[in-house]
Design a protein around this ligand. Structure first.
Ligand code: GLA
Length: 487
């Protein structure tokens, strides 16, 4: 009966089902009480569907196919997950978006979202440096583990744990709340936090009382990635609100800006918040999050950025982690004190890579002078994970004052990275990309430090090592790393 659906006593051709037309439904309520309405404008030709999905925070062009009553709509052929999937059920669409089920009904005139006003950002100019982030910023961020399940209590517990675990004293000082803290704007346009964060100023004070710094998140768009209010049209006002709360760090995430701007506008749009932060009355470190688009490494520092994402979102897998670091390679010349390339936050301790892979993650981030924002539950870390995040010899490589980003000198199954350091030594990482343990060799001739090694340390075994005939050889587990500091 493929292609046909039994329907009472009759059998009708599946293609008789139709998702054609304009539909609207409320997917869920945000934590600030606002509904996420989804408006679908779909065109069906035979079993092929195309059209537009508009939500409170995103607009997607989509394509898909109807099989029987079921359809899945994708916004790009590379997408693994559909933007929306569902079934035609009589005069309704039964839909699932981001794992939330909801029902859409035929839309009436006026149900569509009104277009946003286009605000042209000011002309390009160089934003003076804020003088911050002389070494890559270190801290913790809520997103990788908690996503939208973050609240005041959890952030306070993280601040406590930053101290008791020794993270703060090792240099991890920022405690950063990512997306989903936002409430709504009041009549004066001031943005408030939602019920999960009853008093942001008090929370910032608590974080500061622990000798830590406090970070927050917004977007240049009207909405953030998770569809909460962004800073569009309120840049100066929000920068002043953040300063009044005691914010020390802003992650500014492009996502919802796509509804208004194109990639050609990236620099001017980021510059607008760069200026706003400088005039906020408080030093606020500026983190650009635009997934590496628009050659950000060439202009990130000019808009006042202290770090900028060079990649899409990391996930807790070997493939994602290593893919992100490979994308760092062309950006190396642009890193330096005050402005860093960001291959995204750490997944160390989140449970889906093994300990060798997490050591490699840590080593590669340190070698590439990446910001180190832990993304795990630091209230509850195994000794192994603590030893990885708190390895002072590896942290010293990341935080080296020269601020050079390592580049690979050898590719293939044993990829070798070299990072020059301020005291004339170099950090070397040999990563075993293969599926079996093997031996790796570091040749002094590859390191650019002359012909004689005066000292060398293995930064994971914490032992001195000896070069013989200009080389050092050691075994490296699958997906593991040999990391040395050589002088
Ligand atoms: C984007 C960013 C992530 C995170 C989420 C929050 O995907 O790249 O790091 O901030 O948005 O919605």
């Amino acid at each position: 009966m493929a292609g046909f659906v039994a329907f009472g006593l009759f059998t009708v051709a599946a293609s008789a089902q139709s998702a054609n037309g304009k539909w609207v439904g409320t997917q869920r309520l945000l934590d600030n009480g606002e509904p996420v309405r989804v408006y679908l404008d779909l065109h069906q030709t035979g079993t092929v569907l195309s059209g537009t999905i508009t939500t409170i925070g995103h607009v997607y062009e989509v394509k898909g196919t109807l099989t029987g009553s079921h359809f899945e709509l994708f916004s790009s052929p590379q997408d693994k997950k559909p933007r929306v999937k569902g079934d035609v059920a009589g005069n309704e669409l039964h839909l699932i978006r981001d794992d939330f089920p909801f029902v859409a009904v035929p839309a009436k005139p006026g149900d569509e979202y009104p277009p946003y006003e286009h605000i042209t950002p000011p002309a390009l100019h160089d934003v003076p440096s804020n003088g911050m982030a002389k070494t890559p910023p270190m801290g913790w961020n809520s997103w990788n583990l908690f996503q939208s399940n973050i609240d005041d209590k959890t952030v306070r517990e993280m601040a406590d744990a930053m101290v008791t675990s020794g993270m703060r004293d090792a240099g991890y000082v920022y405690v950063n709340i990512d997306d989903t803290w936002q409430g709504v704007r009041d009549a004066q346009g001031n943005l408030h936090a939602n019920k999960k964060f009853p008093d942001m100023k008090a929370l910032a004070e608590y974080v500061h009382s622990k000798g830590l710094k406090f970070g927050i998140y917004s977007s240049p768009g009207p909405r953030t990635c998770a569809e909460y209010p962004g800073s569009y049209g309120h840049e100066e006002q929000d920068a002043k609100t953040f300063a009044a709360w005691g914010v020390d760090y802003l992650k500014y995430d492009w996502c919802g800006a796509r509804m208004i701007y194109t990639h050609d506008d990236l620099q001017a749009v980021y510059q607008k918040m760069g200026d706003a932060l400088l005039h906020s009355g408080r030093p606020i470190l500026y983190s650009l999050c635009e997934y590496g688009s628009g050659n950000v490494e060439r202009w990130g520092a000019k808009v006042g950025g202290n770090l900028w994402r060079t990649t899409g979102d990391i996930s807790d897998t070997w493939t994602s982690m290593t893919a992100n670091i490979q994308k760092q390679i062309p950006t190396a010349p642009y890193a330096g004190p005050g402005h860093w390339n960001d291959p995204d936050m750490l997944e160390i301790g989140n449970g889906h890579m093994n300990d060798e892979e997490y050591k490699t993650h840590m080593s590669l981030w340190a070698l590439t002078a990446a910001p180190l924002l832990a993304g795990n539950d630091i209230r509850n870390m195994s000794q192994v994970i603590k030893d990885i995040l708190l390895n002072r010899e590896v942290l010293a490589v990341d935080q080296d004052p020269l601020g050079k980003q390592a580049s690979p000198v050898k590719h293939g199954d044993l990829q070798t990275w070299v990072k020059p350091l301020a005291d004339g030594s170099v950090a070397v990482g040999v990563v075993n990309m293969g599926d079996a343990a093997t031996t790796g060799t570091v040749n002094i001739s590859e390191l650019g430090i002359g012909a004689k090694v005066t000292s060398a340390r293995d930064l994971w075994r914490h032992t001195a090592v000896t070069f013989r005939d200009g080389a050092y050889t050691a075994s490296i587990p699958s997906h593991g790393v040999l990391m040395l500091r050589v002088k």
